[in-house]
Design a protein around this ligand. Structure first.
Ligand code: F3S
Length: 397
């Protein structure tokens, strides 16, 4: 791989230890994926922030990097294991909280904005069309590539941090035109509406892609989709299909940029959606936990929840997971008061998957297909998907 003289200096340690280590990580990745060169990135999002995932070994790596590393580009974090202000009310223990703070402090020392969210595009970490970036959270990667038209591979925690400290990433994968072309056409022959249904659609298409061994679908038959529906779809198709980029005719910005995929057009119909939905509903004797905001809730989702909760009281644990800046807007708009008066809880900076709540609840109701997957796999809950209205109804009954 060709390096510029500046990049070579970084690799030779002329800009310090953390940058040398970072360039080693990026150069190794570049060699593995046969990148010809590095490319400048304009934004970074780092995953692997929860102390549960990092442990002491991960924290040691971060502390080493923080000794002399400073970020070169705007960098934000994925959700952490707890709400940084409200962790006690969410039942997080003190020992975990202390360790999570050590993690966040190490990131802060490097100049990283310590807002922890999987929707960086709602909170000011917004790339422009065609910009090269290095993001790590799978749903955000899919959103950045597909909905915004920025260019990123799905980075791991260390490679995203390395990009933040150097401002570079190896130019391979979705940074190149030739890998952004649709590989298979999928026609949706059903009406899809709401975050839960778009999540179900993401699972139906994602499962199909895994069987086909294809990564980039070209999707037709969706007349319109809101930002919230698209974020839910991104999270789901990334979870079930490993998809980091899709094109949706008439909706996503690169859908008419490349030739249409050759070969048969596959159909996803109402029956396929019903099958996918049935796979997201466990036999669940009791729902004792409801969570909305996977990926992190937008201000309009919070407005909607406030409207549904107004004047009611929740009877079971109900979390609204979002980015802290969005929570602040909800505070100003008066939505937080309505929600908290009803007894529901904001879980900012975190979510129902990365918080250390494994086994704490029996049954979880969500409007997110991704949360169903990880609620089962990581937290050992029985899960059920429903609309936002059904989530509020369940929480208050
Ligand atoms: Fe975000 Fe947590 Fe869902 S990180 S995408 S809210 S699983």
């Amino acid at each position: 791989m060709k390096l510029t003289s500046d990049e070579q200096d970084m690799l030779d340690g002329k800009h310090g230890k953390a940058i040398r280590k970072s360039m080693e990580i990026l150069a190794t990745l570049g060699e593995i994926f046969e990148a010809e060169c590095m490319v400048d990135v304009g934004s970074v999002q780092i995953a692997g922030v929860s102390y549960t995932n990092l442990g002491e070994a991960g924290l040691e790596f971060l502390s080493d990097m923080a000794e002399d590393g400073k970020v070169k580009v705007l960098t934000t974090l994925n959700p952490a294991g707890m709400d940084r202000e409200n962790w006690k009310a969410l039942g997080i223990n003190e020992e975990f909280a202390k360790n999570q703070v050590r993690v966040i402090d190490a990131f802060a020392k490097m100049g990283i904005i310590t807002t922890c969210s999987c929707t960086p595009y709602f909170i000011g970490n917004v790339p422009h069309f065609g910009q090269h970036i290095a993001w790590a959270e799978s749903s955000a990667v899919c959103y950045a590539n597909s909905v915004i038209g920025a260019r990123t591979n799905r980075e791991g925690g260390p490679s995203a941090l390395a990009s933040a400290l150097t401002g570079k990433t190896p130019k391979y994968g979705y940074h190149l035109d030739e890998n952004r072309q649709g590989q298979v056409s999928i026609k949706v022959k059903a009406q899809v509406r709401g975050t839960d249904e778009f999540g179900v659609l993401g699972k139906a298409i994602g499962d199909r892609l895994i069987n086909l061994g294809k990564n980039v679908p070209f999707i037709t038959g969706i007349p319109s989709a809101t930002v919230e529906e698209l974020k839910s779809f991104c999270a789901s198709i990334a979870t079930y299909g490993g998809t980091a980029l899709f094109h949706m005719e008439g909706i996503t910005p690169e859908s008419d940029r490349y030739p249409k995929p050759e070969g048969n057009v596959l159909e996803v119909n109402q029956k396929d959606l019903e099958k996918a939905r049935s796979e997201l509903v466990d036999v669940c004797p009791e729902v004792d936990f409801v969570s909305v905001g996977c990926p992190h809730a937008s201000i309009s989702e919070i407005e909607k929840i406030a409207g549904l909760l107004k004047g009611k009281k929740v009877k079971k644990e109900f979390w609204i997971t979002t980015a802290r800046p969005i929570k602040k807007i909800a505070d100003e708009a008066g939505y937080s008061k309505i929600i908290e008066d009803a007894g529901a809880k904001f879980a900012a900076d975190t979510c129902c998957v990365v918080a250390p709540i494994k086994g704490r609840f029996k049954g979880m109701l969500v409007d997110s297909a991704k949360a169903c997957y990880y609620g089962r796999a990581s937290n050992k809950f029985k899960v059920r998907i429903g609309t936002v209205e059904e989530c509020v109804e369940e929480a208050t009954k």
